[in-house]
Design a protein around this ligand. Structure first.
Ligand code: NAP
Length: 887
């Protein structure tokens, strides 16, 4: 049916039997559905919202349990699309109550006259894509069906309550309530014996108010949760002033922030701060009572590093011990099994008698109460605050959705939600989700994310209409790529370390995986924009009178933190490093290094000199905190034989020293152009010999040493192994080559694939080679070890990065070693660039690679593996894995 006819019939609302035709049908009349309806109408689309509830409000319609409030400051948790709306509404509290938020949504519905296009009390029972008509057909429980070109799920993330999954609920003779489906009539709890099961946000918010009414309240807690004081009241003056001072600027900052609330990125890492400084920051956050502040503003590593997080978690537990005088109760309320922030913390706290279900699990619910392993509790009312089948539940549980070729969404998502951008699903044309799984959604200020999603979707519908397209569908390639990117992002946070509704772990049998996008609101927004600017990358668009368009591909192939670093560098618009000249380039590198996070503490750092071929060479020794003697790794820094010194890879050496439990000795070999080939190679060999001969004096284990190096340092490490073999020692037990230079030709594909845009450029490599080595010398194995004899060399671990000009020569060296019978493992690091592994604490996704490098070095030294909890993803996830070429 032509769109014009659809439009003319749209307003004829129907009931029973007939099918209403609209351009767009939206499910849900909460924050998302209301804004969508407003925008769709303004864009000239006919639109209808279908809502199961009796009025607008979505989650705020259903969750009317006592104490329900928002946990993002209300000045941030508001629509921003209309400045007049902003000035027409004033929030009364810092964290508004559910009734006030519901009033706000009603006010919005009235202001834009939205209710006339919302069908309340209507549940969709089936949604089927009709390929021939290119429309969705929706059937409803009222009998009135709807046909729409586009179908948008604005169903919310936490709207399908989780079934109680406890035996005997049906036998209970008293009253049962769910926080997520609280009755609209008054619930009388006065004088009653009440039980609350669950201590998540809903439980913690409702418990104090239920306790005020009930004669007796028993709280059944399985997992203690981090609870923080909210210090409710008026909106804090400083935040209100910021907003009032520059409303548009404040809102724009929120849109590009990580969590959808304008707070800056913290730069100081926990180990840089003293105990007193950390405590001061913590006390300030505790007093502020702001969830986003305490989740993001204490130190840079609080949400990404197990140790950085543990410091904060302990400070909160200290508060619990200070507030709860009974030590047994304090212990029971203190969370130990998940990082702070990996479950959503709560702004409030329970102060009632507790049943610790870890010590006495619930056996069943009986006619008169709750039976645990140890006791029977007689109660008249049970409140289930047991949470939701989050993110996917609301989309899948409401009705079967059948897409192209009869595909069912439940089947497609059987092993976890698959989406492109969290907005669309391959195989389901013209179906959109607002804040669906795969989008920042619940890890962000939902108001900001909802507006971004709704705008993106409506803008696409407008663009399609203008271009004559009638269908849009994500490609499988794009969707699979998004799944990889999602998984990469999830390794950046600690959410993977907790069993929560974020991961589906709260619902028995649900597939495990971090469902929200953890890469941040601002980065997500820029990705959505890139999709559009890239010609709707990853989408297939069709229309009756236009050629099909499909610019297929993956939107993000880089690791998320690499993407941020490269974008930041691109924004700086730096001239090419080689244009600075050698001294200028050295100064630039020194300045660049000074701005990076300081390396982590090790047992001891000692600067010294060793005897090279022509005189002393500086070194820096990193000693582990454990008792020695330790195996020794001789390390050669990167910098194209021209730049850097014994301190320039300081964070990497510290990190590897901590991970391996070994001494790292970083050597300052001499540099070009002052000292050309073969100085660096000869210095490297001489330094390694000196260190091996002085191992005991350095506190190391006598016997074989290991060598390691990055980039040109990897080249020197590889060459050192060949020289040691040919010159009678000393013995080397293993070589770690990270993105090494191994050959003098520039014709391998990685040199052209990654010629520019990834910091180390092809022209910079040309420059390094020219400064270090004349063309006549370049095939000498002391600079092109791939040209040398690679037999009988020490076992090797070779690391290459996908977006590195040096990738293919590293691969070639690993292959050559393997062919020569040298035990070699190779790590092809997907999505990483040349500097990924040495940018410790900036490129967090480099951790899994460094864990594998450390394990390799421990194997070379004959030591057992030693993994640090949290580093490598205890859950299945796409960490780079070593590809064993040969043994
Ligand atoms: P939740 O965080 O999933 O908490 C559910 C609670 O019930 C947990 O303590 C859980 O224990 C427990 N539980 C679940 N099944 C159980 C069983 N069979 N036996 C015993 N205990 C069981 O759910 P929620 O409290 O409703 O909160 C969900 C999310 O909604 C929040 O994280 C938040 O994002 C949002 N919310 C926000 C606000 C707000 O302030 N704006 C208020 C309420 C909710 P385990 O932890 O051991 O699984």
């Amino acid at each position: 049916m032509p769109e014009a006819m659809v439009a003319s019939s749209a307003s004829e609302a129907t009931s029973g039997g007939t099918t209403q035709q609209v351009d767009v049908a939206v499910v849900g009349a909460g924050f998302a559905g209301l804004y969508l309806l407003h925008r769709l109408r303004k864009a000239g689309f006919t639109a209808l919202v279908l809502e199961e509830a009796g009025d607008v409000g979505g989650t705020w319609y259903w969750n009317r349990y006592p104490g329900a409030r928002c946990d993002i400051q209300t000045i941030d948790y508001s629509y921003t699309f209309d400045p007049e709306l902003e000035s027409a509404w004033k929030w009364s509290e810092k964290y508004a109550t559910q009734p006030e938020i519901l009033r706000y949504l009603g006010f919005v519905a009235d202001r834009y006259d939205l209710r006339r296009d919302i069908r309340f009390g209507t549940r969709i029972t089936q949604a089927t894509w009709d390929q021939a008509a290119e429309r969705w057909l929706l059937t409803t429980d009222t009998g009135a069906s709807v046909s729409c070109r586009s179908y948008i799920m604005a169903t919310g993330c936490l709207s399908a309550p989780k079934p109680p999954e406890i035996d005997g609920v049906k036998d209970f003779k008293g009253e049962v309530y769910f926080t997520g489906r609280w009755p609209h009539d008054e619930v009388k709890l006065a004088g009653k014996r009440v039980a609350v099961i669950g201590t998540g946000s809903s439980g913690i918010q409702s418990i104090p108010l239920i306790a005020e009414q009930a004669a007796h309240l028993t709280v059944f807690q399985r997992t203690p949760n981090f609870a923080l004081p909210a210090h409710n009241g008026a909106a804090p003056a400083d935040r209100a002033a910021l907003l009032e001072g520059d409303r548009a600027g404040y809102r724009e900052q929120a849109r590009w922030s990580l969590a959808g609330v304008p707070w800056p990125q913290q730069m100081a890492v926990s180990w840089q701060l003293s105990d007193a400084e950390r405590r001061e920051r913590f006390e300030k956050a505790w007093a502020a009572g702001d969830l986003v502040y305490i989740l993001t503003q204490l130190w840079a590593d609080q949400a990404v590093d197990v140790d950085g997080n543990a410091l904060l978690a302990e400070l909160i537990r200290e508060k619990i011990r200070a507030i709860v005088k009974d030590p047994e109760m304090a212990a029971a309320l203190s969370p130990h099994d998940h990082p702070f922030g990996a479950k959503r913390p709560c702004l409030n706290r329970p102060n009632v008698t507790l049943v610790n279900l870890r010590q006495e699990p619930i056996r069943s619910i009986t006619a008169s109460g709750i039976k645990t392993d140890k006791r029977n509790f007689d109660v008249e009312t049970i409140v289930f605050a047991t949470g939701f089948d989050a993110m996917t539940g609301a989309i899948m549980a409401v009705h079967p959705i059948t897409g192209r070729d009869g595909k069912s969404l439940s089947d497609v998502w059987a092993h976890g939600p698959q989406t492109y951008l969290g907005l669309t699903v391959a195989g389901f044309p013209n179906l959109f989700m607002i804040t669906g799984p795969g989008s920042p959604s619940v890890l962000s200020n939902m108001a900001v994310s909802i507006e971004q999603h709704a705008d993106w979707v409506v803008d696409r519908l407008i663009a399609m209409r203008e271009a004559g397209f009638t269908t849009i569908e994500a490609s499988e390639t794009a969707q699979a790529g998004w799944g990889r990117h999602m998984a990469d992002c999830s390794t950046l946070t600690l959410h993977r370390l907790a069993n929560t509704w974020y991961t589906g772990a709260n619902v028995p049998g649900k597939a495990w995986g971090v469902m929200p996008y953890t890469g941040g609101v601002g980065p997500y927004r820029s990705i959505c924009n890139e999709v559009v600017n890239g010609g709707m990358l990853g989408f297939r668009l069709t229309g009756p009178n236009v050629a099909e368009q499909c610019n297929d591909g993956e939107i993000v192939r880089l690791q998320p933190d690499v993407r941020l670093v490269l974008n930041m560098l691109a924004d700086m618009k730096l001239p090419p490093i080689e244009s600075f000249g050698s001294q200028g380039a050295r100064d630039f590198v020194a300045q660049f290094n000074a701005s990076r996070p300081v390396g982590r503490p090790v047992g001891e750092v000692v600067d010294g000199t060793l005897q090279g071929t022509d005189g002393p060479l500086r070194y820096r020794l990193y000693r582990p905190a454990t008792p020695g003697p330790h195996p020794i790794v001789v390390y050669f820094h990167g910098g194209g034989w021209v730049l850097g010194d014994e301190q320039s890879d300081d964070p990497f050496c510290r990190d590897m020293c901590r991970r391996t439990g070994m001494i790292f000795v970083s050597v300052d070999y001499r540099h070009a152009p002052e000292h050309r080939f073969p100085t660096a190679a000869e210095d490297g060999y001489a330094a390694m010999r000196w260190i091996a001969e002085h191992a005991s004096e350095l506190g190391g284990k006598p016997g074989p040493v290991m060598v390691a190096g990055w980039s040109a340092g990897g080249n020197i490490a590889a060459v050192t192994c060949q020289l040691a073999r040919d010159r009678g020692g000393p013995q080397i037990s293993g070589q770690l080559l990270v993105c090494p230079v191994t050959d003098c030709t520039f014709d391998r594909p990685s040199y052209s694939d990654n010629a520019t845009g990834y910091f180390l450029t092809r022209s910079l490599m040309y420059w390094f080679w020219d400064l270090y080595c004349s063309p006549d010398d370049r095939t000498d194995p002391r600079v092109s070890p791939l040209r040398g004899n690679v037999e009988n060399l020490p076992p090797a671990f070779v690391v290459t990065c996908e977006f590195d000009p040096l990738r293919d020569e590293g691969v070639a060296y690993a292959q050559a070693l393997a062919a020569a019978g040298v035990p070699v493992e190779q790590l092809n690091a997907r999505g990483q660039f040349h500097s990924s592994f040495t940018m410790v604490d900036v490129v967090i996704t480099g951790v899994s690679g460094r864990v594998q490098m450390a394990e390799a070095l421990r194997r070379f030294a004959g030591l057992p593996p030693e993994r640090k909890h949290g580093d490598e993803g205890v859950r299945p996830g796409p960490t780079a894995s070593p590809h064993e070429i040969a043994a």
